[in-house]
Design a binder for this molecule. Structure first.
Ligand code: ARG
Length: 583
C-alpha cells in the first residue's frame, strides 16, 4: 500500500509523460513535506532547465496535466514554481483504513526476497564482551529483525574469535585448573578473569620463575592447528563454556542469536590454505618480506608504496584477513548471499575494504552481490574517551546492563508501587535494556556516542522509555475504553489536523522500514518512531477519546490510537525493544 509520496509520484510522472513526452516518465517529481501544505512538488525548476522554459509555466503545464482528483485538492503554485499539495482528508482516511486492515502495517513484500548474510556481534572466546560488542550486537540484531519483517531471508553469522595463538595458553590453563573447576566456571561468568590468570602465567607476571607454562602454551598452538583430537576436545570445552557466557549476555539483551548462528573463525580453517593457493595461482598474491601478501588495487601506504594485505604470516600462520576471505566465499557460494552486511567497528574499515577489493579481484565477489561494512562507532565516557573503568580496563558488560535495569527498577518502584513485584521486574528489564539498546540504535551507527544512563532512561526526548510510555498510555486508554464498553471502529477517525498529521505519520511506516533495511540504518526508524509518538501526543491533546460524547467519533479515535500502538510496537520490535503493557 503506497504512502502518499508514492501515490503522488505515480500521478506526477504520468503527468510529465503526457505533458512533456515519454522520456519524462521517470523524472523525479521531488515530493517533499511542506510547511504550507501536506507536500510540495519541486520538479518544475529542474524540468524548466531541461525544457528551456520558465519554471512557473512548467508548473502551470504540470498542473493542467496532473490528475490528483481522488488524492488531493487542486494544488497551488507558489514562489518560482512549487506546487503545494493538500491531500484530501477522505483519501487519507481511506488509506488509514486500509492500513488498519493490513497485518503487515503497510510494509511491502519484496518481489524477489534477498538472501542477506549479516555478520554481527562477534565477541571473542575467553574474553569479556565490551561496549564495542554491545553495539555490534544491538545494531546487527536490529538489522536482522528489520530485514525479516521486510520478507528477506536472513542468515545470521556470529563470527566469534575462537582461534589463534592465545588458544595455546588458554588450553594449557584449562588443563591445569581442570575442566570442571571453579576457575573453569569463570569462563561463563567473568571470562576476563580466566584470560588474565592464563596470561599472568604465560608472561610470568604471577611470579612463576620457570617458563615451563609458556613453553607448553607455545607448543600447544601447532598441536591444536594440526587437529590433534585431544587438544580439539579441550578447545571445544573452552568454546562451550564461553558460549554460555555469550548466551547470558544475549538473553539479557533479548538478542536473537543462537548457537546455530555461530560461525567462528575456526569454521573457516580448512579453507585458509586453499584461499592462499588460489590467490597465488591467480598471480594476486606474492611473497613480500617472507609473508604472503595481496596488494589490492587502490590502496597506497604512507610510503607511497602499494599496501599489503597479509594472508599468510612469515611463520606460516594465518591472520584475520584470510579468514574473512574464506568467509566471503562461503557466504556467497554456500549460503547464497545476495547481500552481505558486516556490522563491525569503524577501526576495521581499511581491513574490510582491502578484503572486499581482494575478493573482487579474485572474482569471488561480483557486482551481483552487495557487500557492505556497516561501520560501528565508539561508545564514549564522560571524558569523551572510549568508555573504560576507572582503572582503565574495558568495562564489563553484564554489570553495566544490571545497573541499567536496577536504575529502571528504582524508577518503576516509585511510579507504580501498585503493580505486582513480578511485573515491576519485567518492566524494569524492558526499560533498562530497552533504554540502553535504543540509545545505541538512535545514534547513527558510525557516529560515536556518550554512555549516559540518565539520558537513556529519561521519559522525555528520543528515548526508549518515551516510546514505551506512549504505548503503555494507549494500552491504558484501551483498557479503560473496554471497561466502558467502547468498541474501536474499523475505520480510524481522520478529520481534524492532528488526526490527519498522525495518519500521515502512520502511512510512512512501511517506506521507513524499507529504507532502514536497504541502508542498514536503524537510527532512521528511531527518528520515525519518535515523531510518530509526538504526533500521537498532539492528537491526544486535540482529540479526546474517552471524554468524547459522539459515539462514532470516539470509536474512530480509539481505532486511530490502536493503530498507532500497533505501529509503535512493531517498530520497537524491529529495534529489539520490548513494549511493556503498563508503566
Ligand atoms: N572478534 C573481532 C573483535 O572482537 C571482530 C570480528 C568481526 N567480524 C569479522 N568478520 N571480521 O574485534
Amino acid at each position: 500500500m503506497p504512502a502518499p509520496e508514492i501515490a503522488l509520484t505515480e500521478r506526477f510522472q504520468s503527468a510529465f509523460a503526457s505533458a512533456f513526452g515519454p522520456e519524462y516518465a521517470d523524472a523525479d517529481p521531488i515530493i517533499r513535506p511542506s510547511q504550507f501544505a501536506d507536500f510540495q512538488c519541486n520538479a518544475a525548476m529542474g524540468l524548466a532547465k531541461r525544457l528551456g522554459k520558465k519554471p512557473r509555466d512548467i508548473a502551470t503545464e504540470i498542473l493542467a496535466a496532473v490528475d490528483l482528483e481522488d488524492i488531493a485538492e487542486t494544488p497551488e503554485i507558489a514562489g518560482p514554481g512549487f506546487l503545494n499539495i493538500r491531500l484530501r482528508t477522505d483519501w487519507i482516511a481511506a488509506q488509514a483504513e486500509e492500513l488498519a486492515a493490513d497485518s503487515r502495517l503497510g510494509v511491502p513484500s519484496p518481489a524477489t526476497p534477498d538472501t542477506v548474510v549479516v555478520d554481527y556481534s562477534a565477541p571473542n572466546v575467553a574474553k569479556e564482551m565490551h561496549v564495542g560488542h554491545l553495539r555490534t550486537t544491538v545494531v546487527g540484531d536490529s538489522i536482522v529483525r528489520t530485514l525479516e519483517k521486510l520478507g528477506h531471508t536472513v542468515v545470521r553469522q556470529n563470527h566469534i574469535g575462537d582461534w589463534g595463538t592465545p588458544f595455546g595458553m588458554l588450553i594449557e590453563h584449562l588443563l591445569d585448573v581442570g575442566e570442571d573447576s571453579d576457575e573453569a566456571k569463570l569462563l561463563e561468568t567473568d571470562p576476563n578473569a580466566f584470560y588474565q590468570a592464563a596470561n599472568a602465567k604465560f608472561t610470568g607476571a604471577d611470579g612463576t620463575k620457570d617458563n615451563e607454562f609458556a613453553d607448553r602454551a607455545r607448543r600447544r598452538v601447532p598441536i591444536l592447528q594440526s587437529g590433534d583430537p585431544e587438544t580439539l576436545a579441550i578447545w571445544t570445552r573452552l568454546v562451550e563454556l564461553s558460549k554460555q557466557y555469550f548466551h547470558r549476555v544475549y538473553d539479557m539483551l533479548d538478542v536473537t542469536l543462537t548457537d546455530d548462528d555461530l560461525a567462528g573463525e575456526s569454521s573457516h580453517n580448512d579453507q585458509l590454505e586453499i584461499v592462499c593457493k588460489i590467490l597465488e595461482a591467480d598471480g594476486l598474491a606474492r611473497i613480500s618480506d617472507g609473508a604472503l601478501c595481496v596488494f589490492p588495487a587502490g590502496f597506497i601506504g604512507r610510503d607511497e608504496q602499494p599496501l599489503p594485505l597479509i594472508i599468510r604470516k612469515t611463520g606460516g600462520g594465518y591472520g584475520y584477513a584470510t579468514t574473512d576471505l574464506a568467509a566471503i566465499r562461503h557466504r556467497i557460494d554456500d549460503l547464497g548471499a545476495d547481500r552481505i552486511a558486516y556490522v563491525i567497528g569503524t577501526a576495521q574499515e581499511l581491513q574490510m575494504n582491502m578484503v572486499f577489493q581482494t575478493a573482487r579481484e579474485a572474482g569471488w565477489l561480483t557486482d551481483a552481490v552487495e557487500a557492505t561494512h556497516v561501520k560501528i562507532g565508539s561508545v564514549l565516557g564522560d571524558d569523551g574517551k572510549i568508555l573504560r573503568t576507572r582503572s582503565g580496563s574495558s568495562l564489563r558488560l553484564i554489570p553495566l546492563l544490571e545497573e541499567a535495569v536496577g536504575t529502571a527498577r528504582t524508577v518503576i518502584d516509585e511510579m507504580r508501587p501498585d503493580l505486582p513485584e513480578a511485573e515491576r521486574e519485567q518492566i524494569a528489564h524492558d526499560i533498562g535494556i530497552g533504554g540502553v539498546k535504543y540509545a545505541d540504535l538512535s545514534t547513527a551507527h558510525d557516529s560515536d556516542y556518550t554512555f549516559d544512563l540518565d539520558r537513556m532512561l529519561a521519559l522525555t526526548g528520543n528515548t526508549a522509555p518515551y516510546l514505551q510510555y506512549a504505548v503503555a498510555r494507549i494500552r491504558s486508554i484501551s483498557r479503560k475504553a473496554a471497561a466502558q464498553g467502547i468498541v474501536a471502529a474499523g475505520a480510524p477517525q481522520i478529520e481534524n489536523d492532528a488526526e490527519r498529521a498522525l495518519a500521515l505519520q502512520l502511512l510512512d511506516f512501511g517506506p521507513t522500514l524499507t529504507v532502514v533495511g536497504a541502508e542498514y540504518e536503524p537510527h532512521r526508524l528511531c527518528a520515525y518512531l519518535f515523531s510518530l509518538a509526538q504526533a500521537f501526543t498532539s492528537f491526544y491533546e486535540a482529540s479526546p477519546i474517552l471524554k468524547e460524547s459522539d459515539e462514532q467519533v470516539r470509536a474512530g479515535r480509539l481505532a486511530l490510537a490502536q493503530l498507532t500502538e500497533r505501529v509503535l510496537v512493531e517498530g520497537l520490535d524491529a529495534l529489539g525493544v520490548n513494549a511493556p503493557q503498563q508503566m
